[in-house]
Design a protein around this ligand. Structure first.
Ligand SMILES: [Zn+2]
Length: 418
């Protein structure tokens, strides 16, 4: 159960720090005067907090802005290099590990293969080795790395760090989060991989100023991240967003889905759906070469292949319209490897969507196509931990607020230098 922290001097201090840090991140470069005005905190409080942050290297004082006469104020910005986090995107036989700074910019990344059918205890070992390797290769101080985020395709209980079910890994009820925390001695957050991308878009992408948006990923499967009121919507048990299995074709000969039913969106618009329609065979795990070959055929004017992409795009458009009708999102982001086909798939998608949006033309839905690489997925996983830095510390998580950890680390280093 999540409990709220009760009133205390410590809570007040943590809240004030969090307010100041979030404002500097959102509005920086910003002067102390503007910070006091926008936060409503007394100038003396702002001066003290900013002093602590500057001393610890968490923020930096930069050049002053133009002012109409008089002394120009010093401006404060977040120092992105003041701390780092690591993100891991797990696939069935490899992982991408990315080290990010406080602005969620990827500083370094590496790829690590492993045998498919990996057992959970072996995966824990492999992830720890890869994380340590990534930190060492990046050349950053390990003590400044305050957490690891992991993104996995499947049903994830993120509050407990539990992988309830992952089809690609063949895992059920694996306590991955606690095992990694024990071995790495740092905080670990795990979540469904599409949710991790949605978190990155929410805090460090176009979702930053939008509290209700949807992210759809098209690729091997079709996923959905739902952001409602600024938070990820997970459903009662973490299984919300199984968008790939929305029925879009009810005809008797509709394509068979991996889930055993016919006419699912995924059976038509995912990589395997498209490849199977083109070749008559199930393509297995690694589809990049086969997809490239298919795109060459489409580029050479093969109408059969072009029609398959068009059907996939139209099916996506119908399914997206259904989502719009249910959620009325301010923003609809569509990404994933499946969009490598470009206009072949996005044009029919954009054309079909407004035809099925209820009550209006559908033109008021902002649809943005996002480029999603393997590194982007790992960056998404990193953002799981990064958002903890900026989270308002009102809940009792049993953990130190991340700002405290960061300040303590930098003070320790400063003492060593002194
Ligand atoms: Zn299905």
């Amino acid at each position: 159960m999540i409990t709220t922290r009760t009133g205390s001097k410590r809570l007040l201090r943590d809240l004030n720090r969090s307010i100041a840090l979030n404002l500097i991140a959102a509005r920086g470069p910003i002067s102390r005067t503007d910070l006091a005005r926008e936060s409503g905190l007394p100038a003396a409080t702002i001066t003290r907090i900013a002093g602590d942050f500057v001393e610890a290297g968490l923020i930096t004082e930069t050049g002053s802005e133009e002012s109409s006469g008089g002394r120009r104020p010093v401006l404060l910005t977040i120092n992105p290099g003041a701390g780092h986090v690591v993100g891991v995107k797990l696939r069935e036989d490899s992982m991408t590990v990315a080290l990010c700074d406080l602005a969620c910019t990827v500083v370094h990344y590496c790829e690590e293969p492993f045998a498919s059918g990996i057992q959970p205890y072996q995966a824990v070992e492999a992830i720890c080795v890869a994380v340590e390797r990534c930190i060492a290769e990046a050349g950053v101080s390990r003590s400044g790395v305050f957490g690891v985020g992991v993104g996995i395709s499947g049903l994830i209980d993120s509050a407990r760090g539990l992988c309830r079910y992952s089809a690609i890994l063949g895992w059920s009820d694996v306590e991955l989060g606690p095992a990694l925390e024990y071995k790495l001695r740092m905080q670990v957050r795990i979540d469904n991989d599409v949710n991790t991308l949605a978190v990155a878009e929410r805090h460090f992408g176009p979702g930053r100023n939008v509290s209700d948006f949807l992210l759809v990923t098209v690729g091997r499967g079709i996923g959905l991240g739902i952001v409602v009121g600024g938070e990820i919507y997970r459903g009662a048990r973490g299984g919300a967003g199984e968008f790939g299995h929305m029925t879009v074709d009810t005809s008797a000969d509709a394509p068979l889905c991996n889930c055993g039913k016919r006419g699912c969106l995924e059976a038509i618009a995912s990589d395997y759906g498209i490849l199977r329609a083109a070749t008559g065979e199930d393509p297995g795990h690694h589809v990049e070469d086969a997809m490239s070959a298919l795109l060459v055929r489409a580029g050479n004017g093969d109408t059969h292949v072009r029609d398959i992409f068009a059907r996939a795009g139209s099916a996506l458009g119908v399914a997206l319209a259904n989502l719009v009708n249910i959620f009325e999102p301010a923003l609809l982001l569509v990404g994933g490897e499946g969009l490598r086909a470009g206009d072949l798939i996005t044009e029919p998608m954009r054309a079909t969507l407004p035809q099925h949006v209820f009550g209006r033309s559908g033109e008021d839905v902002t649809l943005a196509v996002r480029r999603t690489t393997e590194v982007e997925w790992a960056r998404g996983a990193a953002s799981l931990v990064l958002r903890e830095v900026f989270r308002t510390p009102i809940y009792d998580t049993g953990e130190e607020p991340v700002i405290d950890t960061l300040l303590a680390t930098h003070h320790r280093r400063a003492r060593k230098r002194g």
